[in-house]
Write a protein that binds this ligand. Structure first.
Ligand SMILES: Nc1ncnc2c1ncn2[C@@H]1O[C@H](COP(=O)(O)OP(=O)(O)OP(=O)(O)O)[C@@H](O)[C@H]1O
Ligand SMILES: [Mg+2]
Length: 324
């Protein structure tokens, strides 16, 4: 991918939270590039750092940050150097938006839906209230809701309608990139399918780049061109959809696939044996080695590098490293 086609570039991101037990290593040397009009799925089990990655890009990490390093570039310029003021004025909700995990259930109950959708527009003082309302209504229609929803309160909407509303809120400023954090996990399967179709339509119409965050590999692969698999704060595999689904290289990805019967047609939905790692004291060597069916000596001592056995398909796993 050439520099010019890159919209967002995350390089060597490290995030630690403070906790009573000690610093929590939520992200460890995470690097990722998102192209224009490209959708990348970020998948991994609970606690793997997916939301932390999204919140880092939005500069909305919680206050108990213990350490932060890395570079986030949007169209070549380093966002980590911007002050909070500059970031809010020029980037957040303008160029990059996010639908937060659980957003549909944390809409303000006493503010009308339309006002909440128009809210990001109020940061832009050049728009009158009337114009903001007009734009918000246009966005309601774009997500398949009628103008009449504008005056309603969140409790008057179904789950699917609320999810459409929070998507409208993220898109109302016409951003280039939208981060969707588990946007359908609270919905039943048929409504989930409707929202996925809506996202496909909006992506094409708006030329959007999307980071689609999900614990569900099957769902993420429906929308994404590329998949990043996260484990214990690291991206352990990255590649095109078809590379990752048909030729998974990391044992963790292979187990994720085996536990996703919708993709393989076999097995019942399963869990990956063993417990997720303690991110205060992550395992030495490969983070996955205590749960890995193929573990060998090197995995216990040396953290695998990012290896690129096939062009465009990388993996952090010694099975694909040089032979000892
Ligand atoms: N504010 C915080 N303070 C301390 N630890 C945190 C905080 N937020 C997240 N963590 C920890 O950081 C790690 C990564 O969390 P994160 O929420 O990014 O994971 P996730 O992949 O989004 O999980 P989920 O699928 O459950 O949403 C986890 O171990 C989590 O417990
Ligand atoms: Mg999360």
């Amino acid at each position: 991918m050439s520099m010019a086609s890159r919209l967002l570039e995350v390089t060597d991101l490290n995030v630690e939270y403070s906790s009573r037990a000690g610093p929590v290593k939520a992200l460890e040397s995470v690097s990722l590039a998102v192209g224009r009009a490209e959708t990348i799925g970020i998948v991994g089990e609970s606690g793997s750092g997916k939301s932390s990655l999204g919140l880092s890009i939005m500069k909305l990490l919680p206050p108990n940050i213990h350490a932060f390093s890395g570079v986030v570039r949007l169209e070549g310029s380093d966002l980590t150097r911007l002050s909070e003021n500059e970031f809010r004025r020029t980037v957040r909700w303008k160029k990059i938006s996010m639908v937060f995990q659980g957003a549909m259930n944390s809409m303000n109950p006493v503010i009308r839906v339309g006002t909440q959708i128009a809210e990001p527009l109020f940061f832009d003082s050049s728009l009158s209230r009337h114009d903001a309302e007009r734009v918000a209504k246009r966005n309601l229609r774009a997500v398949g809701l009628s103008d009449e929803v504008f005056r309603r309160y969140p409790h008057e909407l179904s789950g699917g309608m609320k999810q459409r509303a929070v998507i409208a809120m993220a898109l109302v400023t016409n951003p280039k990139l939208v981060l969707l954090d588990e946007p359908t996990s609270a919905l039943d399967v048929s409504v989930q399918a409707q929202i996925m179709n809506l996202l496909k339509k909006l992506r094409t119409e708006m030329g959007l780049s999307i980071l689609f965050i999900s614990h569900d590999l099957a769902l993420a692969s429906e929308l994404s061109e590329k998949i990043a698999v996260m484990y214990a704060g690291q991206i352990v595999e990255f590649g095109t959809n078809s590379d990752v689904l048909t030729h998974p290289l990391h044992p963790y990805t292979q187990l994720l696939l085996a536990s996703a019967p919708r993709l393989t047609g076999g097995l019942s939905p399963g869990f990956i044996p063993g417990i997720p790692p303690d991110l205060v004291k992550p395992p030495a060597g490969c983070r996955f080695h205590p749960r890995c069916p193929y573990v060998f000596e090197r995995c216990k001592n040396e953290d695998p590098l990012e290896l690129v056995p096939d062009p465009g398909h990388s993996v952090r796993c010694w099975l694909h490293g040089e032979k000892e």
